[in-house]
Design a protein around this ligand. Structure first.
Ligand SMILES: *[C@@H]1O[C@H](CO)[C@@H](O)[C@H](O)[C@H]1NC(C)=O
Ligand SMILES: *[C@@H]1O[C@H](CO)[C@@H](O)[C@H](O)[C@H]1NC(C)=O
Ligand SMILES: *[C@@H]1O[C@H](CO)[C@@H](O)[C@H](O)[C@H]1NC(C)=O
Ligand SMILES: *[C@@H]1O[C@H](CO)[C@@H](O)[C@H](O)[C@H]1NC(C)=O
Ligand SMILES: *[C@@H]1O[C@H](CO)[C@@H](O)[C@H](O)[C@H]1NC(C)=O
Ligand SMILES: *[C@@H]1O[C@H](CO)[C@@H](O)[C@H](O)[C@H]1NC(C)=O
Ligand SMILES: *[C@@H]1O[C@H](CO)[C@@H](O)[C@H](O)[C@H]1NC(C)=O
Ligand SMILES: *[C@@H]1O[C@H](CO)[C@@H](O)[C@H](O)[C@H]1NC(C)=O
Ligand SMILES: *[C@@H]1O[C@H](CO)[C@@H](O)[C@H](O)[C@H]1NC(C)=O
Ligand SMILES: *[C@@H]1O[C@H](CO)[C@@H](O)[C@H](O)[C@H]1NC(C)=O
Ligand SMILES: *[C@@H]1O[C@H](CO)[C@@H](O)[C@H](O)[C@H]1NC(C)=O
Ligand SMILES: *[C@@H]1O[C@H](CO)[C@@H](O)[C@H](O)[C@H]1NC(C)=O
Length: 842
């Protein structure tokens, strides 16, 4: 996959700067005139105070933090990307850095916004513009922004920088779709972060940094507050302390070593992507006797396949486990440094780019599919009755467990007890979820996981093991697929490149005429490969054509116009937060390097205790179905977990993440940037009253159920806030996407009979074959027409089981004799043309 990450932790700890959009976390605001330059700033002050954790949503910072801005007099009517700024940063313990995230009118997410980092070094302030496209360390920025230092002061505990920033609200990183903040809108969002841990090499403006530990947040700026009549005079000031050590992006010359593809070797099936779709596909196709190559972009994850990622302190050294294998470390990907080399760096959403895909990095929730998920969402041939055998095979190979600790005990159940008491009081019933998959209305359950033997398990421990036992199965890791090489509608092979050392580079071919390609690279990965192969909406193919791919892209004569990237969906996440004195937070963050030794010893010796369970104490899971005024029944699933969110600290708090699933009708879109990165450009949520009604009504029911519990406090929504107001005021903006998504993204290559080439919505037919091709298939979360009731991993595996049967049942393509028909809009037969004729014809 690449989609099924439980939302646990989505707001807990994102990398470097997180999302606090549309919100205004400031200790105080006011005006300050800098005595040296005479510039008057509108200032946002973060007070002196100690933060907990990394201080997300903080209004304080150890030593304090200030950021000021002055804007041209006419900024409220004429857009400007320039400003004069002031940072007063703190080095309370002698070192550290401070940062500004230049936001836009909606928010100041870390990704796709210009960051300015600064720190004192040898009596000067070094500055560095940074940028990040994804969940990765911000790297030097190459857009047009420039900085001129006007004045600096440094003492033992604080420093001040007054600067003129040009083009700083124009985000024009080369290769990215340009965007900007528009001052004429009247207000915008800005972000900040501060750290008292120094950058790795304080003498180097391009130095890597570690995640901020001294607060971060976001605040609103009203343009009218910051405009200044004297701006044009100040903008001509020159430095009173000269130093323009702006990062000159050190040309990185990292090269990756690659292997050459053996000439002449071909495969009956090449499966692209080793996740929830690709691994079972490769197993079933190889089981049927075909030669199969499974290509995975990322490295091994589980130790079973050669993975090596372990805690630096060494507590997993010498075991057959990486962090991927340990259930209690499943939140690692959301912690500082945890996403590097694991999360996909070419999408703005969280996705696993390692063997196992989403099933390597998620919390392992494992659901026997609710029959309604097939009946409501899927077309003929994919209804519950059609899917029953496939689902049963999945649950038989990976039964999962709701008691993952090998001693059969459930640990740290205080949270489960509190919430289930309230639900029980309100008449909701206790079920064993996977025994009664269709009981999803006012039921609750202990959480079932795909875990086995106290370890992650899942497809990597089952389907991949059996596939790997066959001599006709081959797997390439660290190899990314650039595009499908196709002769009109017939895929002949794949152009691949080494993604990490040891990956393959070149063109790998499928068996002539009868060979097939299966794309299982996930909702964003598959869409991207299709775009780069000239398959998708014309606007997206044009972007690819203007990118570095352009010169080698398939000629536009052969583009296949399909709605790839449309129909994007994800569970809408709406967090509720409660507190109860009996609930206790377990320090999962510390567990990474310094685990409680009793707990780590029990886990290593006998696979028992908290580490055999997913972080952070997930459960209960509960469900409700709401029939809305538009006549559509919508499914809500709640994941309760013991940690704070929405600005409420961890301790005695629990977050109840409400997912809006099956029945929701809003849809979004993913598009590709000039840097060949994938972006969620239209959010898929709450575009109609029915979707909103379901979310609000169910919150009302849950609030009223849980209010029956003695000593339970509702923190979010607070007791004087209605569910409707709570939902209306929770931002649904790109900047706040980290708080609203569940990373169950799906739908970008929808299955259906309404051929997208002729105005329909489907990208693949009922055999999962891409319309307009004779041997290119998509089998992953992309083909889902809509959201299921639950986390999708097990359903993606079921889809792969079923797709493998349909694909294996297709008759093999035959070469079409010269002058025979081998293409055209309504042609469904072989597209393996003989001779040199390649023009598409109808
Ligand atoms: C913050 O923590 C530091 C280090 O523990 C301490 O020296 C300092 O006094 C604290 N500041 C405040 C405002 O509590
Ligand atoms: C501050 O620096 C001192 C000396 O390097 C170190 O011992 C101490 O742990 C630091 N304090 C914090 C809160 O990092
Ligand atoms: C250190 O610098 C800060 C920022 O310029 C200033 O507010 C503070 O008063 C200075 N402290 C001392 C001891 O000079
Ligand atoms: C700034 O953004 C607005 C709104 O998206 C757009 O109309 C305008 O062209 C942008 N300006 C520049 C210079 O890119
Ligand atoms: C800017 O260019 C440098 C040098 O080529 C590169 O390392 C860096 O990744 C680029 N920045 C971004 C955001 O792509
Ligand atoms: C794949 O086929 C192409 C076109 O026939 C050929 O140039 C290439 O060498 C083949 N690749 C391998 C690895 O044999
Ligand atoms: C580790 O070893 C145990 C005991 O032999 C085995 O059950 C388990 O599957 C192994 N796990 C991995 C990830 O290799
Ligand atoms: C739910 O039902 C199971 C099985 O009947 C039982 O073991 C468990 O204690 C029940 N849990 C609650 C909270 O009632
Ligand atoms: C570790 O956990 C055990 C059992 O939960 C507890 O009794 C013990 O105090 C903890 N040890 C430490 C060092 O926190
Ligand atoms: C869910 O259960 C409630 C309570 O029994 C009932 O009123 C409601 O109609 C049910 N919803 C659906 C969609 O069946
Ligand atoms: C509620 O709090 C009171 C006072 O702290 C305590 O005596 C009582 O046992 C608590 N009840 C529950 C059910 O936790
Ligand atoms: C394709 O089929 C449709 C519907 O059967 C028909 O209306 C259309 O004329 C056909 N187009 C071509 C080019 O054959």
């Amino acid at each position: 996959m690449r989609t099924s990450i439980l939302s646990t932790g989505i707001v807990a700890l994102t990398t470097f700067f997180s999302y606090v959009a549309g919100q205004d976390f400031a200790a105080s605001k006011g005006y300050y005139t800098d005595p040296t330059t005479g510039i008057e700033f509108w200032v946002n002050y973060m007070s002196e105070g100690n933060i907990t954790g990394d201080g997300e949503f903080s209004t304080v910072s150890w030593g304090g933090y200030q950021w000021g801005i002055a804007l041209p007099q006419d900024a409220a009517t004429v857009d400007t990307f320039d400003y004069i700024g002031m940072i007063v940063g703190s080095t309370p313990n002698g070192t550290g850095w401070s940062g500004v995230v230049h936001g836009n009118n909606a928010g100041a997410a870390m990704s796709n916004h210009l960051m300015l980092l600064a720190w004192p070094y040898n009596g000067e302030i070094l500055t560095s513009f940074r940028y990040s496209l994804a969940y990765a360390d911000p790297v030097p920025y190459n857009g047009s922004a420039t900085i001129t230092q006007l004045h600096t002061e440094i003492n033992a505990t604080n420093w001040k920088l007054v600067y003129h920033c040009k083009n700083c609200y124009l985000f024009d990183q080369p290769g990215q779709t340009s965007s900007n903040m528009s001052t004429s809108v009247g207000h915008f969002e800005n972000g900040w972060a501060q750290s008292y841990i120094p950058v790795s090499d304080p003498s180097d403006p391009s130095s890597p940094i570690v995640q901020h530990n001294n607060g971060m947040g976001e605040f609103s700026v009203a343009i009218a507050s910051a405009t200044q009549a004297s701006y044009s005079n100040w903008a001509t000031l020159t430095a009173t302390h000269t130093n323009t050590a702006t990062a000159t992006a050190a040309a990185s010359t990292t090269t990756v070593s690659s292997q050459t593809i053996p000439t002449g070797v071909t495969y009956d099936y090449i499966v692209v992507g080793g996740g929830a779709g690709g691994i079972p596909m490769a197993d079933k196709l190889s089981e049927a006797g075909h030669s199969v190559l499974l290509i995975e972009k990322g490295p091994a994850s589980s130790a079973r396949w050669g993975g090596t990622l372990r805690p630096e302190s060494g507590w997993l050294d010498g075991t057959n486990l990486t962090w991927i294998d340990v259930p209690g470390l499943c939140n690692r990907i959301w912690q500082s440094g945890g996403s590097n080399g694991v999360a996909c760096a070419d999408t703005d959403q969280m996705a696993g780019c390692v063997l196992g895909g989403g099933t390597a990095v998620n919390a392992g929730l494992w659901w026997n599919p609710n029959p309604a998920d097939w009946d409501v969402n899927f077309p003929a041939g994919w209804q519950a009755a059609d899917m029953a055998n496939a689902s049963a095979r999945v649950m038989s190979r990976i039964p999962g467990t709701d008691h993952p600790s090998l001693d059969g005990k459930l640990y740290m159940q205080e949270g489960f007890d509190v919430v289930s008491t309230g639900l029980g009081n309100a008449g909701w019933s206790n079920v064993t979820a996977n025994d009664v998959p269709d009981q999803k209305n006012r039921t609750y359950a202990h959480t079932p996981y795909m875990y086995s033997h106290g370890e992650r398990g899942g497809p990597m421990a089952t389907y991949l093991v059996s596939a790997n036992g066959r001599t006709n199965f081959h797997m390439w890791l660290n190899t990314s697929v650039k595009r499908v090489v196709r002769d009109n509608g017939h895929a002949t092979g794949l152009e691949v490149e080494a993604f990490n050392n040891g990956g393959y580079a070149g063109v790998v071919n499928v068996t002539s005429t009868t060979g097939r390609v299966i794309l299982s690279a996930g909702t964003f990965g598959t869409a991207k490969i299709l775009f780069r192969s000239g398959i998708g909406p014309t606007d997206q193919l044009s972007v690819v054509n203007q990118s570095t791919d352009g010169p080698t892209m398939i000629d536009s004569t052969y583009w296949i116009t399909l709605p790839v990237g449309e129909n994007l969906d994800d569970h809408l996440n709406t967090n509720l937060v409660i507190s109860h004195p009996s609930v206790k937070y377990y320090d999962w963050l510390a567990a990474w390097n310094t685990p409680n030794t009793t707990d780590s010893t029990n886990y290593l010796n006998s696979r028992t205790g908290p580490f055999a369970q997913a972080a952070p104490n997930i459960g209960p899971m509960f469900w409700e179905e709401i029939e809305c005024s538009d006549g559509i029944t919508r499914q809500l699933q709640y994941t309760a977990r013991v940690e704070g969110s929405e600005g409420e600290a961890s301790g005695t708090t629990m977050t109840l993440s409400q997912y809006l699933g099956r029945g929701a009708t809003s849809r979004g879109r993913t598009t590709i940037g000039l840097g060949l990165n994938m972006v969620v450009s239209t959010l898929p949520w709450l575009q109609n009253d029915g979707d909103t009604e379901a979310v609000v009504k169910s919150i009302e029911h849950v609030v009223s159920a849980l209010n029956t519990v003695q000593n339970l406090t509702f923190l979010q929504p607070a007791s004087n806030v209605s569910a409707a107001d709570y939902v209306a005021n929770m931002p649904l903006t790109y900047a706040n996407i980290g708080d609203r998504r569940s990373n169950h993204w799906l739908g970008t290559a929808k299955i259906g009979t309404d051929d997208g080439r002729t105005g329909g919505t489907a990208v693949v037919d009922l055999d999962t074959k891409v319309y307009g091709t004779d041997n290119l298939f998509v089998v992953d979360a992309s083909i889902f027409p809509g959201m299921p009731s639950t986390n999708p991993s097990a359903l993606i595996v079921a889809v792969a089981e079923h797709a493998s049967e349909r694909i294996l049942a297709l008759s093999a393509n035959e070469a079409v004799a010269q002058y025979g028909r081998c293409g055209g809009l309504n042609w469904t037969g072989s597209m393996s043309c003989t001779g040199t004729r390649k023009l598409p014809f109808a």
